[in-house]
Ligand binder design. Sequence first.
Ligand SMILES: Nc1ncnc2c1ncn2[C@@H]1O[C@H](COP(=O)(O)OP(=O)(O)OP(=O)(O)O)[C@@H](O)[C@H]1O
Ligand SMILES: [Mg+2]
Length: 304
Amino acid sequence: MTASLPGAGARPAPGFAPGSAAGTSPGRVQGPAPDSSPEGPPASGAASLPEGPGLSPCLLQVCGISKTMGGKLLLDNVSLTLGAGELKVLIGPSGGGKSTLLQCIHFLTPPDSGDVLLDGESAREMSRRNICLFRREIGMIFQDFNLFDHLTARDNVAVALRRVKGLAKKAAYERALSELDRVGLSSKALLYPSQLSGGQKQRVSIARALAMDPKVMLLDEPTSALDPELIGEVLKVIQDLHDGGMTMLMVTHQVGFARHITEEFLFMEGGRITERGSPEELLREGSGSRTADFCSKLSEIQGG
Ligand SMILES: Nc1ncnc2c1ncn2[C@@H]1O[C@H](COP(=O)(O)OP(=O)(O)OP(=O)(O)O)[C@@H](O)[C@H]1O
Ligand SMILES: [Mg+2]
């Protein structure tokens, strides 16, 4: 597996302070994040992109988004930032709004209020056509793979290249094979999803997302549908992507993996991010954080 990612931001240099890309101090956030928070909506609607020594440029800004569905407030003024090359992990109890948040960031489900800025471009202000381009730059990985059962692994990747990127068949196949190689699946290119393990299917879906040259990847519990012995191969691909500089926001309950790879945990409950901070800070002995409590319960369940 190779880790080079065209267009990916450089991974933050050692010593990069988690959370500092947004100008915030890492730490717990209790209660609603005020609109005036450094991660809240830019006052003038213009994007402010922190850059400078020791800071990775802010690639994704989620600015105070809220969403109500079925009369229920599912997201309540949620803000976060992702610097180029950062990987942040979203955790929290079931029904807390993690999947809804990823869908709103992707504008699959447009938020009722607030905005998402990718590379400083406001999704809220985009035309319908530009929203399609915006979505293309954000790769989404779902827990249930979303592959076409009637297409081989190669064709599952190539179909998006042909339809979305307009590549000719030969070029699409070449690119598909190179992306499958990147996730260690070149020998499985001509197999159908029913002939692949869950871990292999998830790697095909990652290859398909990578083929779109995304600037950011959103991963919604990418290993939760997998047998325990298959989880490692998908986590290895995610580790490789991170090492190669891919910017990612991942929902996962693989706490043991997450705490070693993430710059920041975002704890989400009741439609709000109620805690955020580095794993060292939130999980240290005696921190008393909700994140630590939740992670220790997960570890007990997972036998970790
Ligand atoms: N289309 C919808 N209409 C109304 N309520 C919805 C809709 N989709 C999700 N919800 C509700 O929104 C809340 C948040 O759901 P969401 O799937 O975002 O949670 P989650 O944190 O991803 O949970 P899990 O860890 O179980 O995946 C839940 O209470 C869910 O029932
Ligand atoms: Mg979910």
